[in-house]
Design a protein around this ligand. Structure first.
Ligand SMILES: *[C@@H]1O[C@H](CO)[C@@H](O)[C@H](O)[C@H]1NC(C)=O
Ligand SMILES: *[C@@H]1O[C@H](CO)[C@@H](O)[C@H](O)[C@H]1NC(C)=O
Ligand SMILES: *[C@@H]1O[C@H](CO)[C@@H](O)[C@H](O)[C@H]1NC(C)=O
Ligand SMILES: *[C@@H]1O[C@H](CO)[C@@H](O)[C@H](O)[C@H]1NC(C)=O
Length: 796
């Protein structure tokens, strides 16, 4: 409202000015601002012309105008000129500086013509405007400061001061506005580059250019200026990370992506397209292990990554754009290799004594072992142990990963002469790897074993009459040691007690232990003896042991029976017996006596008649050698009878002797005298000897019987059937029929007798060993006794 008031005041003021000027020039001139509303009063023409208003009504006051739409009208009654319809000065006068509308007024009665000029004054009713709302400019970022870029001018239909007066640019860092004045085109805005553009900093600059006119208030129009900065390859690729540091497991499979480097280039298009490659100084070794993907920047495993070979790598990666003149950046990628447990421990025997004496002290070092694992950390930490239960153990050494293999318990070569030790080295990785080494430790021999005889004592049964110089028995000793420690030599222990006196007839082969008898044994002189053999090994110091050898001589039938009675004075076996003719049947004529130095069957004698003149008259007892009459003598019987008697032992190949008995049957008187004389002589001869023999024999027999009985009782407790038979046999009455025979083959003591089968044996047992000395003694006495001349009747 106030604006309109002002305007109105302005219009009135101008109108007054023009009126005064028109009065002077006698021409009416009004002025109004354009765009006045209809009915706006311009001026009172009538009054200004000095026409009487009272007459005006009748004079037909009007404006003569050619235009169909007159801008003004005049009131016929009061002569006031007013605006008929809105006047746009720019429309009426276009761009002329002064816009005048000439009006012709007509008055009638009398006709008067007056000219009225109405000046249409300009009003700032238009804003400056640009032909486009928006202007796009493309400026290369390489444009230098000072470059100018002309813009289209803004237009304002208002003229004069109301036309575009100035331009204004929105605040910015890069552009300044220059305005060029051209007469016909007015003011032309120009952008002036003040500061280099950087696409990478700002790709687009948005500016607002404002054009303002000189109105009060001024009106303005704007245009958006969009400056697109065109790229130039002025940026090198930049890696997105300051540094690349990655870890990679060793043995990563080929194709594994280690890391992806990323470089960006702020430039556009090819200038900003980044490709990757190895730096120039990356050596061929690295190129064999890694590859870089040109497009993605991925570093890829190409070869075998071995921590043990190298535990870190530094690779230069070059990022390059694809500009015409590419820009490059290098970045080093640090790859740290992580150790995996891929190396088993290695066991090395650094020193090794392959034989250790069995008497080595505990803790003796056998071998030095070093273990090595190429892996690091826990993967390379090795624990070593010996498998199985062996008398060795591993002792860690002062040095790392060194062990000494030492003995932990006593060794005995004779128990185990070598050990295959399995040494296991195991690392602490996950999963852990291990390796195994076997070493053979040989235990060397020490002379710690004495020779041992295969038997102790040895008992040999040797038949008498062996060949002198032949090997009769042998001893054998072994030694658990080896080599010279087990090399045994034998010798017979000589000298010393009585026991060894027979040893002088023996010779031993020191190497094989065969024992030779230098002379033949005679059972009848020696029945048993013993000696000692010493076996000595060749170790240093040597060890020895001794053994007792018991030798029992076995009887052979090497003695023929010897006839003791009858013996003639010249020594031939022949006797003469005289008997009275009147003897009854069963009369004991005489008894043939014989003895055999052998024992057992060899010494068991049987009597038989070899020749006899009359079989019906005499009979010979087979066992006792008694000659008895079978019947009484008759008249026809001869006086002299000759009996040839064969005495035979029971040896396998029996030996025999013969004797001849001449029996003279005499008249009774004669016979008595003869027998009395004979017996008296006999008594005298034998009395002295028999006394002692009776005592000896009595005691011997008692001893013998006791031992037999005891033996049998012992047997009896084992085998009742058997003992009863033995008991019965024990009662047998005969000559030297009871003998104990021991046989070498079956080591059985045999009790032999006439009615006893040859198989009746006493099985050796504890009792035989107990009673053996008694038996031996008995036998000895018996042999002495039988050797001595024993009168036939005493034996009976
Ligand atoms: C590289 O870095 C840019 C910017 O940080 C990112 O937009 C782009 O995805 C990255 N490229 C890769 C392959 O990671
Ligand atoms: C025989 O050996 C025994 C031990 O076995 C020993 O006591 C004895 O002295 C040895 N005799 C000889 C003569 O060496
Ligand atoms: C012994 O005497 C007997 C007669 O009495 C005679 O036949 C025999 O030949 C004699 N023997 C010797 C060895 O003289
Ligand atoms: C008797 O001796 C012969 C040879 O001398 C032998 O073949 C035989 O077996 C022996 N008989 C007995 C019962 O010993």
């Amino acid at each position: 409202v106030s604006n309109q008031n002002n305007q109105r005041k302005w219009v009135v003021f101008m109108a007054v000015l023009f009126f005064l000027w028109n009065e002077a020039s006698a021409q009416i001139r009004y002025s109004i601002s354009e765009e006045q509303k209809e009915e706006t009063v311009v001026g009172n023409i009538a009054k200004d012309l000095g026409i009487d208003l009272s007459t005006l009504k009748d004079r037909g006051f009007r404006i003569v105008s050619g235009s169909t739409e007159p801008h003004f009208q005049v009131n016929q009654n009061d002569g006031i000129l007013y605006v008929n319809h809105k006047i746009d000065r720019e429309e009426v006068c276009e761009r002329s500086n002064v816009c005048l509308i000439n009006l012709k007024t007509v008055l009638e009665n009398p006709l008067e013509i007056h000219y009225v000029t109405v000046e249409v004054l300009d009003v700032n009713d238009h804003s400056p405007s640009f032909p486009e709302k928006e202007k796009r400019l493309e400026i290369s970022e390489s444009a230098l400061p000072g470059a100018r870029f002309q813009l289209q001018a803004a237009r304002d239909p208002d003229g004069g001061v109301y036309s575009v007066q100035q331009y204004k640019l929105s605040p910015n860092d890069h552009f300044r506005l220059e305005v060029m004045d051209r007469d016909e085109d007015g003011k032309i805005p120009i952008l002036n580059l003040q500061k280099p553009l950087d696409k990478e900093a700002t790709r687009t600059h948005r500016l607002l250019l404002t054009a303002t006119d000189g109105g009060k208030p001024p009106r303005s129009g704007t245009i958006n200026i969009i400056v697109n900065v065109l790229d130039v390859n002025d940026n090198m690729p930049v890696f997105t990370k300051e540094s690349y540091s990655v870890i990679l497991n060793e043995n990563s499979p080929i194709g594994t992506t280690v890391v992806q480097v990323n470089a960006t280039d702020l430039d556009d298009g090819l200038n900003g397209e980044v490709i990757y490659s190895f730096g120039n100084n990356v050596n061929s070794k690295l190129r064999k292990l890694f590859d870089v993907d040109t497009h993605t920047g991925e570093i890829i495993v190409k070869g075998l990554i071995d921590f043990e070979l190298k535990d870190r790598y530094e690779i230069d990666i070059q990022a390059s754009d694809r500009g015409a003149v590419p820009l490059t950046t290098d970045k080093s990628v640090k790859i740290k290799i992580i150790d995996l447990n891929d190396n088993p421990p290695e066991i090395e025997i650094t020193s090794f004594s392959n034989a250790i004496p069995e008497d080595s002290r505990l803790g003796t070092t056998v071998a030095l072992i070093s273990v090595n694992d190429l892996d690091s950390g826990l993967n390379g930490k090795v624990i070593c142990s010996v498998l199985e239960d062996v008398p060795f153990t591993l002792m860690p050494s002062l040095q790392d990963n060194m062990y000494s293999l030492v003995t932990k318990s006593p060794l005995d070569r004779e128990k185990q002469s070598e050990y295959d030790l399995t040494i296991v080295a195991k690392d602490a990785g996950q999963p852990s790897l291990s390796s195994v080494k076997t070493i053979r430790v040989v235990v060397s021999d020490v002379n710690d074993n004495s020779p041992e005889f295969s038997l102790s004592p040895y008992t040999y049964y040797v038949t008498e009459n062996n060949d002198p110089g032949a090997s009769v028995f042998y001893v054998s000793a072994s030694d658990h040691d080896i080599n010279e420690n087990a090399l045994i030599s034998y010798h017979i222990l000589r000298g010393g007690g009585n026991d060894n006196q027979w040893a002088s007839f023996l010779n031993i082969n020191s190497e094989n232990g065969n024992i030779l008898a230098l002379k033949a044994f005679d059972f009848e002189t020696l029945k048993t003896f013993q000696f000692q053999v010493v076996a000595t090994d060749s170790g240093t110091p040597s060890l020895s042991s001794n053994v007792t050898v018991n030798v029992f001589i076995l009887d052979q039938n090497d003695n023929a029976p010897v006839i003791l009675y009858p013996v003639s004075t010249n020594g031939s076996a022949e006797g003469v017996e005289e008997i009275p003719r009147n003897v009854n049947a069963g009369h004991l004529v005489t008894k043939v006596r014989a003895y055999d130095a052998d024992i057992g069957y060899n010494g068991w004698l049987l009597f038989s008649l070899q020749e006899v003149t009359d079989h019906s008259l005499f009979a010979l007892d087979r066992y006792t050698g008694q000659i008895r009459t079978l019947r009484s003598f008759t008249e026809t019987d001869e006086a002299e009878h000759k009996l040839v008697i064969l005495v035979k032992d029971n040896g396998n190949v029996s030996l025999s002797a013969t004797t001849t008995v001449i029996i003279n049957a005499v008249e009774p008187k004669e016979a008595f005298a003869a027998s009395d004389v004979k017996s008296a002589v006999k008594d005298e001869e034998e009395n002295s000897i028999t006394f002692y023999l009776i005592i000896t024999l009595g005691s011997v027999s008692a001893l013998f019987l006791i031992s037999i009985v005891v033996l049998i009782v012992m047997q009896c407790s084992k085998d009742p059937d058997y003992s009863s038979k033995s008991l019965q046999d024990a009662n047998y009455d005969g000559t030297l029929c009871h003998s104990i025979q021991y046989r070498s083959g079956d080591k059985r003591y045999m009790l032999v007798g006439p009615r006893m089968s040859i198989g009746s044996t006493i099985v050796p047992g504890i009792e035989t060993t107990l009673y053996f000395p008694i038996l031996q003694l008995t036998m000895y006495i018996m042999s002495v006794w039988s050797f001595k001349t024993t009168p036939p009747h005493l034996i009976e």
